[in-house]
Design a protein around this ligand. Structure first.
Ligand SMILES: Nc1ncnc2c1ncn2[C@@H]1O[C@H](COP(=O)(O)OP(=O)(O)OP(=O)(O)O)[C@@H](O)[C@H]1O
Length: 452
């Protein structure tokens, strides 16, 4: 199927000539008035439109064309508009670009030049459409890229990460070990305009100090004993993409200066090299240590800390988002059972209680390992607390039988106590999280005898 091009042009002979010259490649429609153009735009989807700025009833001024351009930006924001201007009307072309046109072509039109502009513009449309599709696929109600979560804290992250991803600033991701800092970094990268380029991961704590600089920035032949050839570093490999510096707190002070220089100037030098290399790399750093403390103790540069901390993202521990435990556990069970070609595997009710009452010091990674281990020992497709290596919690069968009203009250009380703990007894925040007004929350506190 051919791509659709709309030519808005009131000069009949030119319109005909363009249609003749472009119909081999595109499905071409012509509109010779603003009304006709509006009608076609609202009834069909055009990837690209060429717009003559001088349209009737005032063909000698650009006003009608510019007004139509504004309407199109509002009605069909994804459509790409190339404006056609009279000779020496650069000022109007600039106005049109400011209003959202992607390019311009001056009359008399050189068909070959217009073909090149059109080809490029259709390509831009396709890339943007692919990006929109990717964003759509990356996001649903309980996930963002590979990050799953239904807790309010994760919901907040799912809103923040797409906003952060479209900027070029460095990102500092904090969170306990195993909370999902790397998956968050991947989401930032995947949702950015750099997603087609690599994201290179470097664990600053895992590489010996003397090798880290050459690993990051590369080296020239003979730079040090053993440097028998030139080496391209990770930053150069990531040009156009992202570098994820995990455990940034472990980066030696000497190297911190070089990273700071890169963040300020966008340049690096290979070890033993004299040439300054300019690179376009976005830096995402992660840490599970308290960097403010490291700054105070002198093991982390304050200027680098501020440079990295432009956009901080904090991944909450699994303890703070209990709602996510079963979602994640079931996700890991589903993906692992598919991989191992096992039939349906489920959690026993005792296993559910054990999972939700464990404190998960190792966070999502601990939960994942726990599920994987359990899947190797579980029998008959049912995972029990002992498969999980967790102690048995009282199951529902051992709990007293409750009426619906008692069960509702207990759930209400549980939700209130949890949210008060999360918010540090902040009633305004707690009422927001619970979805009730402050006075209603006060009534509920009284009802349940909660005295905070
Ligand atoms: N929200 C999530 N949804 C699905 N999987 C997750 C989520 N968070 C973490 N994981 C999984 O848990 C494991 C640990 O995550 P990740 O490596 O991103 O954590 P981390 O905080 O970077 O860990 P470390 O501090 O040890 O480097 C990975 O296998 C990851 O896929």
């Amino acid at each position: 199927m051919k791509n659709k091009l709309l030519i808005i042009e009131d000069e009949a002979s030119l319109a005909k000539q363009l249609k003749w010259g472009l119909s081999d490649t595109y499905e071409v429609m012509i509109a010779n008035t603003v009304e006709k153009a509006r009608q076609l735009i609202s009834s069909d989807v055009f990837q690209v439109v060429t717009l003559d700025l001088g349209l009737p009833p005032y063909p000698d001024t650009p006003e009608e064309g510019l007004r139509l351009l504004e309407t199109m930006s509002a009605l069909t924001p994804y459509t790409k508009v190339i404006v056609i201007t009279g000779n020496a009307e650069q000022e109007n072309a600039m106005k049109a670009i400011a209003l959202g046109a992607v390019d311009f072509c001056a009359k008399p039109i050189e068909l070959e030049l217009l073909k090149i502009i059109l080809k490029r513009t259709f390509r831009i449309y396709e890339l943007e459409a692919a990006n929109r599709q990717l964003r759509q696929e990356c996001r649903n109600n309980y996930s963002l890229c590979d990050m799953l979560g239904i807790s309010p804290l994760m919901e907040d992250l799912f809103k923040l990460i797409p906003q952060v991803s479209v900027t070029h600033y460095p990102v500092l991701i904090r969170g306990e070990s195993g909370t999902g800092k790397e998956v968050a970094a991947r989401a930032v990268h995947s949702l950015s305009g750099r997603s087609q380029e690599p994201m290179i991961v470097i664990n600053c704590g895992a590489i010996p100090e003397n090798l880290l600089e050459s690993e990051l920035f590369g080296h020239e032949k003979g730079a040090f004993t053993g440097a028998s050839g030139q080496k391209i570093g990770k930053f150069e490999h990531a040009d156009g993409g992202t570098v994820f510096l995990d455990e940034i707190g472990d980066m030696p002070l000497g190297l911190q200066v070089k990273l700071l220089r890169f963040l300020q100037e966008g340049t690096i030098e290979r070890v033993g090299g004299t040439r300054t290399i300019t690179l376009d790399v976005r830096v995402i750093a992660a840490t599970h240590v308290d960097l403010e403390k490291a700054v105070k103790e002198g093991s982390f540069r304050e200027d680098l800390y501020y440079r990295l901390n432009v956009v901080p993202i904090t991944i909450p521990s699994l303890r703070e988002r209990q709602e996510d435990i079963l979602l994640l556990a079931n996700h890991f069970i589903r993906t692992e059972s598919q991989k191992l070609h096992q039939g349906k595997v489920s959690l026993s009710s005792a296993a559910v209680s054990a999972l939700t009452s464990h404190s998960w010091p190792g966070n999502v990674r601990e939960l994942q390992n726990c599920i994987y281990r359990a899947m190797t020992t579980s029998a008959g497709g049912i995972i029990s607390p002992s498969d999980l290596g967790l102690s048995e919690e009282p199951t529902n069968s051992q709990e007293p039988v409750l009426t619906i009203k008692e069960a509702r009250d207990a759930a209400e009380q549980h939700a209130i106590l949890r949210v008060l703990t999360i918010t540090g007894d902040n009633i305004t925040q707690a009422s927001k999280l619970l979805g009730v007004s402050r006075p209603t929350l006060h009534d509920l506190l009284k009802k349940h005898g909660i005295n905070r």
